[in-house]
Design a protein around this ligand. Structure first.
Ligand SMILES: [Zn+2]
Ligand SMILES: [Zn+2]
Length: 425
């Protein structure tokens, strides 16, 4: 009856407590099973044959403590989803939960396209759940708030980034580092504690617990500000945490893309001296004249790289393609830090001698906690920091993904969700 357990291991990586069983009608339904619970959700309407199959399955396993919960949510939602590894996005109707007492429901106005979205729709990392509604740089306006919500009221502008839930009680959560909570729930293609799969901001409506909703500063543009919710906090957080946020520090930024150009803007706003390090000499003019970088290094030029050896306090490495990091370690001073915020899909090569001679650090950093994300938005509003964006309509999204794959965007696509038709034409 349950004909294939196709993706058990990869799903375990996504959510270790769960295993996924795809039924023969896997496009319509999936089951998530933990040792004690069976979470069943229908992605479309009830299908009697499928329900009867599941009933039989549950009867068979009635002594194992399995139970059923979370069948379709009540609030109809339209979005665009990828159905398979082709990554092609097309209209998709689904549902969201009704607004709980701590929830904020909001109409999505803009959503940035992050490189992660491209990886996820193509299952590059092996843990994508289809259908996927991507999008984790989401801004909109609150349409309904629960009775206990204090942070925002109906009509307020709000933002949601990469996280929509965490355990709220672990060491990380109590230190405002929900992004490092082992039970953190991502905004899309992740399993919410209620047992349902999360869907992101390529959709007309979101419902999110207020703890994970950001207040949108009045001065911050909605479209160009949207990418700050991922690209912004991903670069702001390590600059702050590693002490690269002061005048007198010399910060290197590797890669001048979606993350890199925002990193330059934040580092400059902190008063640091900024050097952009890139393989493309063609980006020098823009780095210096447009974003205010103080210097530019072509990483493939050994002479330039050697001349700058030991001059930087820290480097934010935003490149997600495989690349050597030893030349970057050579650029930092003793006790300097190389912080990787991109995610190359192969291990990096590292000489420990290069680290211990100078007590240097190579570290990683991933997005930021909710408190720091709010601080980042407020800082960006105060210092007029936004991303450089190309605003598109939803029906251009597949072309945008192709262009993003080729690096053909200066520097971030943002979907004008509020003015797009999300229905099938
Ligand atoms: Zn992102
Ligand atoms: Zn936690």
């Amino acid at each position: 009856m349950i004909s294939s357990i196709t993706d058990y291991e990869s799903t375990r990586q996504l959510a270790p407590k769960f295993a996924a069983i795809y039924l023969p009608l896997h496009k319509l339904a999936s089951c998530f099973i933990s040792f004690r619970n069976l979470y069943f959700y229908l992605l479309h309407s009830s299908i009697p044959a499928l329900l009867s199959l599941l009933e039989k399955f549950l009867k068979k396993h009635k002594n194992s403590g399995l139970k059923v919960m979370a069948i379709e949510h009540p609030v109809k939602t339209s979005g665009w989803a990828a159905r398979d590894t082709s990554g092609h996005l097309s209209p998709f109707d689904f549902s969201r939960r009704s607004t709980g007492e701590n929830d904020v429901q909001f109409k999505v106005l803009y959503c940035g396209i992050c490189h992660t979205d491209l990886h996820m729709i193509k299952n590059d990392w092996g843990f994508s759940h289809y259908p996927i509604v991507p999008g984790h740089e989401i801004v909109g306006v609150a349409t309904e708030v629960g009775s206990k919500v204090k942070k925002v009221k109906v009509g307020d502008k709000v933002g949601v980034g990469c996280i929509v839930e965490s355990c709220r009680s672990c060491e990380m959560c109590t230190e405002d580092l929900e992004n490092y909570c082992p039970k953190m729930t991502m905004t899309y293609s992740s399993i919410h504690p209620d047992g349902t799969v999360t869907y992101g901001g390529y959709s007309d409506l979101m419902v999110v617990d207020e703890h994970f909703v950001l207040r949108w500063p009045e001065k911050l543009p909605l479209d160009a500000g949207a990418p700050l919710l991922c690209a912004g906090i991903t670069t702001y957080s390590p600059l702050r945490h590693f002490g690269l946020d002061k005048p007198g520090t010399h910060v290197g930024v590797v890669g001048l893309g979606g993350l890199g150009h925002v990193a330059v803007k934040f580092a400059k706003a902190f008063g640091a001296k900024v050097t952009v390090i890139s393989t493309s000499a063609s980006k020098k003019k823009e780095a210096i004249e447009k974003f205010g970088a103080d210097a530019f290094l072509v990483s493939t030029d050994p002479e330039q790289m050697q001349a700058a050896a030991g001059t930087m306090h820290g480097i934010i490495d935003t490149v997600s393609a495989v690349h050597p990091i030893m030349p970057l370690i050579n650029l930092v001073k003793s006790q300097g830090k190389v912080i990787m915020v991109g995610a190359p899909n192969k291990p990096v090569e590292l000489s420990t001698v290069a680290l211990l001679m100078g007590r240097k650090t190579v570290s990683g950093s991933g997005i930021g906690g909710m408190k720091e994300t709010q601080e980042m938005l407020d800082f960006a509003a105060e210092h007029n920091i936004v991303a450089d964006v190309e605003v598109i309509k939803m029906d251009y999204v597949n072309t945008a993904m192709e262009r993003l794959a080729k690096g053909d965007v200066r520097y971030r696509f943002v979907i004008d969700v509020g003015n797009s038709s999300l229905k099938a034409s």
